[in-house]
Write a protein that binds this ligand. Structure first.
Ligand code: GBH
Length: 460
């Protein structure tokens, strides 16, 4: 397969790399506020400067080019474009992304643009309660329209949302992510408005007659049944429906998975027939952000049918799933298990459930803890991680016939890793956060060679 049909790429997100948090008219976002709140981020780190990509994007484009990828997935900072979330457009924000997009295209790199990677304009949180309000979905559609108008002549691959599961569950369930709310009801409401926002934006894209495709980047860790027992098989299937299905069924089929409607009951908002129509078929492709795998088995329930444990994020009681791992699996410095075959099974699961809609692995990668550049560049653990996961991806693509059209490694360079600050490093390139120097690691070269091999193999 040539790079025409399969895109090897690398990914970042605005808030994690750009810095320049108060420059050129940018408004504040919820992560600016969250990271300036004492106690929320490891070591009190903030993304005020991050990798300073806002000023160093030319150097970064060169590094992307030398890596040999043909796709670069980045996100747009909503508050840079619309400082108040809606209303007045900040031309300096548009100019920045124009420079970035033009710089990429000049090097033959295709921009894959995410409209929302968690950095909601703070005004919308303060005035409207953010994703708990439908008005935020309307504001998102306006923002999306501004981006389609400004960049749609050159950007042909769009993703509305990155990992809405995290916004819903980590932002409104466990409260570890911005806006830091804890609830067993709000995650479903936030998710509902995120879904409607996707639907409105996709409609604006299609009605506007823009060329290209619009999709969504949802995350999912794979769930393998612990045993052959029917209850464990069901537990794994349902866990995937609660994770990937929650945010993907609506954009393909127009409704949430049946198991969610049954288990969550009144806490799960309902789509009106019009909303369901709006959402159905609203993604031209499906993104998958994939990091790890667990075994799934049926959780014990009490006399009221309520799961006795809480081991799977915010709303586990609803899922009734017990997660476990093989002690032989290696772990990354985030503590996430390295299970390459999980990616192949995950891709097959998506292929089957969503009738062969094109899939892009929009993120996959790992953290390796090391703040000393002289040793951090010898990240053979990461090189092996990427090689083993992409081997499984290729089996899904070449042997199983899964319609997977791209792979984007997370991430180009070490950056602001949300609640873990600068302590967790996911980059192919080392970023020295004192000097902002970029130093390619061993994994950068390993990924470069892997891409060359795959492209050469497809041409012979
Ligand atoms: C992504 O989220 C983000 O899109 C990206 O911005 C971020 O930098 C990157 O990953 C690295 O964190 O604790 O074993 O149960 C990752 C989403 C969801 C993946 C939760 C791991 C839990 C694993 N994560 N999941 S475990």
């Amino acid at each position: 397969m040539s790079q025409k049909e399969f895109t090897w790429g690398v990914a970042t997100a605005a808030h994690q790399v750009e810095g320049a948090w108060l420059e050129d008219g940018k408004g504040l976002n919820v992560w600016d506020a969250f990271s300036h709140t004492p106690g929320k981020i490891k070591n009190g780190d903030t993304a005020d400067v991050a990798c300073d990509h806002y000023h160093r994007y030319e150097e970064d484009i060169d590094l992307i080019e030398q890596l040999g990828v043909r796709g670069y997935r980045f996100s747009i900072s909503w508050a840079r474009i619309l400082p108040q979330g809606r209303g007045e457009v900040n031309q300096a924000g548009i100019d920045f992304y124009n420079r970035l997009i033009d710089g990429l295209l000049a090097k033959g790199i295709t921009p894959f643009v995410t409209l929302y990677h968690w950095d909601l304009p703070l005004t919308l949180q303060m005035e409207n309660d953010g994703w708990l309000s439908y008005s935020t979905a309307e504001a998102f559609a306006e923002y999306a329209q501004v981006c389609f108008n400004a960049f749609g002549d050159r950007v042909k691959k769009w993703m509305t949302f990155n990992e809405s599961w995290c916004t819903a569950v980590l932002g409104h369930g466990s409260g570890v992510f911005a806006p830091g709310r804890t609830s067993v009801t709000e995650p479903y409401l936030a998710a509902h408005n995120l879904m409607l926002a996707h639907g409105l934006a996709a409609k604006a894209f299609r009605d506007g007659g823009y060329a290209g495709q619009i999709g969504i980047a949802n995350n999912c860790d794979f769930r393998e049944p612990l045993t052959d027992a029917p209850e464990d098989q069901a537990a794994a299937q349902e866990a995937l429906e609660f994770f990937y299905g929650w945010f993907t069924d609506p954009v393909v089929f127009g409704d949430y998975p049946a198991i969610m409607r049954e288990r969550v009951g009144d806490r799960l908002p309902k789509f009106t027939p019009e909303q369901s129509e709006l959402l159905k078929g609203s993604a031209d492709f499906l993104g998958l952000n994939h990091y790890t795998t667990h075994y799934a088995s049926r959780a014990d329930v009490d006399e009221n049918g309520v799961a006795a444990e809480n081991g799977n994020g915010g709303m586990d009681a609803d899922q009734c799933v017990h997660l476990s791992a093989d002690p032989a699996w290696p772990t990354t410095s985030m503590g996430w298990y390295v299970v390459p075959w999980g990616l192949r099974k995950m891709l097959n699961w998506i292929e089957q459930r969503y009738n062969g809609l094109p899939i892009y692995v929009t993120e996959n990668g790992c953290s390796v803890e090391d703040n000393d550049p002289s040793t951090a560049v010898e990240d053979h653990f990461r090189a092996k991680f990427i090689e083993s996961y992409t081997e499984e991806l290729k089996k899904a693509r070449d042997e199983d016939g899964v319609n997977v059209q791209g792979y984007f490694c997370w991430t180009l360079m070490d950056n602001f890793e949300w609640t873990r600050g600068y302590d967790m490093r996911f980059g192919l390139i080392f970023c020295n956060f004192d000097t902002l120097e970029r130093i390619p690691k061993a994994s950068y070269r390993a990924y470069q060679q892997l891409i060359q091999r795959d492209c050469a193999g497809s041409e012979s």
